[in-house]
Write a protein that binds this ligand. Structure first.
Ligand SMILES: Nc1ncnc2c1ncn2[C@@H]1O[C@H](COP(=O)(O)OP(=O)(O)OP(=O)(O)O)[C@@H](O)[C@H]1O
Ligand SMILES: [Mg+2]
Length: 353
């Protein structure tokens, strides 16, 4: 990562676009700019862009509004057209790895390799009982046509791409405290952390161990699911349903219906964690860090605490940056903080220039 430049993180989410610009000086990264724009319903569906041209318009408006100085962005992606899975592969030098990965993956990806964009990170290295040196990589395979739509939308707004990254990887940079991120392995805090971002349409889960993401899961459910559920089942107006989620409704029927659905959601998250634990024999998963505005739903932290039997912390994605001059009051910034973990994490990836 170069020093001195600016990096911009672009998070195109279901309900809004969020952008953060970070300046890398000699000291801590400085958050120079943070801006969001609401999106109409349906423009982003399950994390994919439905209409790239319309999306370009919103990105252009946001650039005018936010006065960002840089036109190259780090873009976050999270949807069902990206498959993330671990893969065990014999140890080899980095230059040989890319070819070996491409050769080996065809059998377990559901699309022809020429229709896929492939990324991976080495997350672990170990010796087998037969003294064979192995490595675990976390492989991400994205459908080219899905990524293409993001590129069209970004390009149509007059911007370029610096990098494309999984939203889950990005949030690990903002939600885990920096002094932990750069510790030597032996000094790393014990155990793993489960990051959970609940948005409007998607829940991103990422388990981070020794500062490296080890497991990524996306659930196609977020805060809007609960709003729609209340609207459909109780014939509520959207604003009324939002009130139930915020915990300010007196309707007992609505509150208990919401509680039941939250419990079902927590069970779904629990099954993901159990899968990870069964695959890795992890014994040290010891806390959850929550983010995303959907996670502000009444009782969600409590139900997660009960269902996962883990301590729940509310994430602070502003913790790893110094704040620049903002047009926001501290209260506005505190309100925004829940929803900016991804865009800040993307900007914290830094710039290659
Ligand atoms: N105070 C609150 N209490 C409960 N829910 C809230 C609150 N504030 C916002 N929400 C819900 O949070 C959701 C929006 O969260 P967020 O901005 O993180 O989503 P998004 O990033 O647009 O979507 P995604 O990441 O899923 O694509 C909406 O469902 C909204 O109803
Ligand atoms: Mg989001």
């Amino acid at each position: 990562m170069a020093r001195g430049g600016n990096a911009v993180g672009l998070d195109i989410s279901s309900g809004s676009i969020k952008v953060a610009e970070v300046n890398y000086g000699k000291q801590e990264p400085v958050l120079k700019n943070l801006s969001t724009i609401m999106l109409p319903e349906g423009l982003v569906h399950e994390g994919e862009i439905e209409d790239p041209e319309a999306m370009s318009g919103y990105i252009r408006d946001l650039w005018k509004q936010g006065k960002f100085s840089r036109r190259k962005v780090v873009l976050g992606i999270s949807n069902q057209k990206v498959i993330v899975r671990p893969m065990e592969i014999p140890y080899m030098p980095e230059e040989e790895l890319e070819t070996a990965v491409k050769y080996q993956i065809q059998e377990f990806i559901p699309i022809p390799i020429e229709d896929a964009i492939i990324g991976y990170e080495v997350v672990d290295e170990y010796m087998t009982g037969e003294e064979e040196r192995m490595q675990t990589i976390l492989l991400a395979v994205a459908h080219r046509d899905m990524v293409q739509k993001f590129m069209e939308a970004v390009g149509g707004a007059g911007l370029g791409l610096e990098a494309v990254e999984l939203k889950s990887f990005a949030m690990a940079r903002s939600l885990i405290k920096k002094e932990y991120q750069f510790m030597e392995e032996e000094a790393a805090p014990p155990g793993s952390v489960c990051l959970i971002n609940v948005g409007a349409g998607i829940c991103n889960i990422c388990i981070v161990k020794e500062n490296t993401p080890r497991f990524v899961r996306m659930l196609m459910r977020g805060g809007d699911f609960f709003t729609n559920f209340l609207i459909d089942h109780l014939n509520m107006a959207p604003a009324e349903a939002e009130e139930v989620k915020r915990g300010v409704s007196m309707s007992e029927e609505a509150n208990s219906l919401l509680q039941r659905e939250i419990q079902a959601f927590v069970n779904e998250i629990r099954r993901s964690l159990e899968y990870y634990i069964s695959q890795t024999q992890e014994r040290d998963l010891n806390r959850v860090v929550l983010s995303g505005s959907g996670s502000k739903m009444i009782n969600l932290p409590l139900e997660l605490n009960r269902g996962l039997k883990l301590p729940i912390e509310i994430g602070h994605p502003l913790q790893n940056v110094t704040l620049g001059k903002f047009p926001y009051t501290p209260e506005e910034l505190a309100e925004m903080e829940a929803s900016v973990a991804v865009c800040i994490g993307l900007a914290l990836r830094g710039t290659e220039e």
